[in-house]
Design a protein around this ligand. Structure first.
Ligand SMILES: [Zn+2]
Length: 82
């Protein structure tokens, strides 16, 4: 009956591992901006091509057209290029 005990403890360990992993994953994804801002409009940074939630984006108006950037660096690079 030693095999049954080994099997049972392996199963328990596996289930524990799954539980811990799920807990850690949930904690990690909780910090993702995409999870918190469901349904918010995404805008594309024309400099690096990244999509950012509109509330996180830096807004710039160029010739009456609004352009959004992920960071100041991208905005500056884009202005120098334009
Ligand atoms: Zn960018």
């Amino acid at each position: 009956m030693i095999y049954v005990r080994i099997l049972v403890s392996l199963l328990v360990l596996y289930l524990l591992y799954r539980l811990i992993r799920r807990f850690l994953l949930r904690r990690e994804t909780g910090y993702l901006p995409g999870r918190r801002r469901n349904g918010e409009e995404l805008v594309q940074d024309p400099q690096c091509g990244t999509y950012i939630p509109i509330s996180d984006a830096r807004e710039l108006e160029l010739n009456g057209v609004k352009v959004y950037f992920c960071s100041r660096e991208c905005m500056e690079k884009y202005i120098i290029k334009a």
